[in-house]
Design a protein around this ligand. Structure first.
Ligand SMILES: [Zn+2]
Length: 102
């Protein structure tokens, strides 16, 4: 007598598979658009967590996310290193006015 999988076992495996694939359909483009929002701190905590879950399940998104994140860090550092100095802005404005007066 051959032992085949019973209908129950098949249903079990099927529902397990369905469960793991039950997340929203993954769309790299859509996810990466959300990455931009996350980097701009425009996502809620829950949305951000969902996004990170999605990213962790997709090597392409993960790679892209890391690139975006390091780019953002790079930009932040750049801005910090060159803060907008109000005094300097005034000086420039005055210089321009002086030139205009001449
Ligand atoms: Zn992806």
């Amino acid at each position: 007598m051959q032992r085949k999988w019973g209908i129950r076992k098949i249903a079990e495996v099927f529902s397990m598979k369905k469960k793991t694939a039950s997340g929203r359909k993954h769309d790299c483009k859509n996810t990466l658009e959300k990455v931009q929002l996350a980097l701009d701190n425009e996502l809620t905590e829950i949305e951000e967590k969902q996004l990170l879950d999605e990213i962790n399940n997709c090597s392409y998104c993960l790679e892209k996310y890391e690139i975006e994140q390091s780019f953002k860090k790079y930009l932040c550092n750049k801005v910090k290193r060159h803060p907008c100095n109000p005094q300097l802005a005034d000086q420039i404005r005055n210089s321009i006015n002086n030139i205009m007066d001449r």
